[in-house]
Design a protein around this ligand. Sequence first.
Ligand code: SF4
Ligand code: SF4
Length: 168
Amino acid sequence: MSIAKILEIALKTGRVTRKYPYEPPLLTSEFRGAVRIDPSKCWGCGACVKICPPNALALRNSGKEATLEYFVGRCIFCGMCAEVCPAKAIEVTKEFELSSTSLENLKSRVIHRLTRCSSCGSLVWTEAELKSVVKSSPIAEEYAVLCPKCRKSKFARAASIRIGVGSE
Ligand code: SF4
Ligand code: SF4
């Protein structure tokens, strides 16, 4: 295409860019910016951490607490974490003016208390996840407070008593 043709098209179309930051930026409805995690909704299940391509999300376990950390400096704004979150705790915002002189300002955290198996004491899940499982699934609380191994043994014991295994 000749320069004359390009100039003709450009003159006809007019200016298509914005004088940002002197004018508001053009944010389309599809625009994805930083994500926001609602601590009151998050269970600490870790599904968002597993799906996050650049590891912008991490779940750290200190033995007493599990900390979900979001580092916006690594985020590629794909929105996959929000899609997989079973608690609908992640919102994809339109925030993009995210620069900071402090690395700490680029991180946000949700802290969860962990529960231990009421039988063997091993870590099971977060308190929020336990509450949600008891509320939304058929697992009775007496089984939900156990780790998978102890749950299996308790269930096997209960089943053997029911069918009379070992009885004369
Ligand atoms: S509840 Fe949602 S935000 Fe919380 S850890 Fe699970 S997937 Fe991530
Ligand atoms: S938007 Fe994408 S890159 Fe950013 S935290 Fe979520 S999954 Fe990770």
